[in-house]
Design a protein around this ligand. Structure first.
Ligand code: WQD
Length: 340
């Protein structure tokens, strides 16, 4: 079975390619390498013993997308990660985000709509909920006005897929709403490669731990939470990758109850920023250098998933703890710094 993974050289994409190859799928990666490197292929091969087919294609080029599907008419499923995903950058460059995240999705869906049947997994985000009214967050929690063009592209993307599935019998799709992905493969062959100063908490913590950053700024400790810092649902990237294989198999085996379904992917447990810092100190044995500063604009207070639907309907459950995920992030950070 040949599966297309767009953005397959990226953080979550590469971990998903490994899990697909471990399950015996043949994988084709499309990536424009704008936020990833072809070097990642070596890590994927080192782990799974197989090198996926790789084509450097810009999905914004409609003809290239169409030509790809002519050459690979035996694609049985598509997992679509390729997108720009920096919240802050999306505020500065909205058109870049709408073109790169929406136009590309439309070109892909046009190709899939021409096939008798196609299976499509969409990388979405808990960001669609904004600050949800009730915790834990279920899939039928209202989608709130996006706080950023990035979040809006995920909401619009889900809408486009839902509307297309309504009028395209052969198209079966699942949107996976990730909470906060973190960590790296236990082999330390692949992991998160943030370019520049990391925006996300965990890579900033490990870069501070390894001495690349002076100290972590904790964005506010005056939130209405147990210790005043924001709460998120940090999910281990390998757990997340396995969920994509599970979702794809659900469609391939026709177990889906509608031709468009949505699942939250989280651990179901909320962790505050200070708890994440303590997790790092536990696993590394190092004290982390941090200071409390003002809140970051756009941050929500709390978000963690209700995982009932993913557990009971998708048949997937996160297996790893925050400490295990943090240990993998720390091992990865130390490895890439020892090589640089
Ligand atoms: C987590 C917490 C910060 C950095 C974003 C996107 C979301 C998804 C994941 C793509 C917050 C605090 C952070 C720092 C800090 N991306 N923090 N100091 O904002 O929950 O989600 O990334 O899908 O769509 O919105 O993740 O890691 O940036 O922040 O105190 O240097 O850590 O305030 O409370 P976030 P994050």
């Amino acid at each position: 079975m040949k599966i297309l993974v767009t953005g397959g050289l990226g953080f979550i994409g590469s971990h998903t390619v490994v899990e697909l190859q471990n399950e015996g799928f043949e994988v084709v990666i499309i990536d424009d390498c704008s936020n990833s490197s072809e070097e990642v292929l070596k890590g994927i091969t080192a782990i799974s013993g197989k090198t996926p087919i790789f084509e450097k294609i810009d999905l914004k080029e409609k003809e290239s997308v169409s030509d790809f599907f002519k050459r690979h008419d035996d694609i049985q499923g598509v997992i679509h990660f390729a997108a720009s995903k920096a919240v802050g950058e999306s505020v500065e460059k909205p058109l870049l985000y709408y073109e790169n995240n929406i136009a590309t999705l439309v070109y892909l869906l046009k190709e899939l709509s021409n096939k008798d049947n196609s299976n499509f997994i969409f990388s979405s985000s808990c960001t669609v909920y904004g600050q949800a009214d009730k915790m834990p967050i279920t899939e039928d929690a209202p989608v709130k006005p996006a706080e950023s063009p990035y979040g809006n592209t995920k909401q619009i993307g889900e809408e486009i897929i839902r509307e297309t599935c309504k009028v395209t019998d052969g198209l079966n799709a699942i949107a996976l709403r990730y909470f906060n992905p973190m960590g790296a493969h236990p082999s330390a062959e692949i992991g998160e490669l943030p370019i520049g100063v990391p925006q996300n908490l965990v890579p900033f913590i490990t870069q501070t731990g390894v001495g690349l950053r002076q100290e972590l700024s904790v964005f506010g400790d005056d939130y209405p939470t147990s210790d005043g810092t924001c709460v998120r649902d940090y999910i281990y990237v390998v757990d997340l990758a396995k969920a994509h294989v599970q979702a794809l198999q659900r469609l391939l085996e026709r177990k889906n109850s509608e031709n468009y379904e949505v699942f939250n992917l989280g651990t179901g447990k909320g962790s505050s920023v200070l708890e994440v810092i303590h997790s790092f100190e536990n696993v590394s044995g190092e004290k982390l250098n941090y200071k409390i500063v003002d809140r970051r604009a756009g941050d929500i207070t709390e978000a963690y998933a209700d995982t009932t639907k993913a557990n009971e309907v998708l048949g997937w459950k996160a297996q790893y703890s925050l400490d295990e995920a943090m240990k993998s992030a720390w091992d990865w950070e130390q490895k890439i710094r020892s090589q640089s």
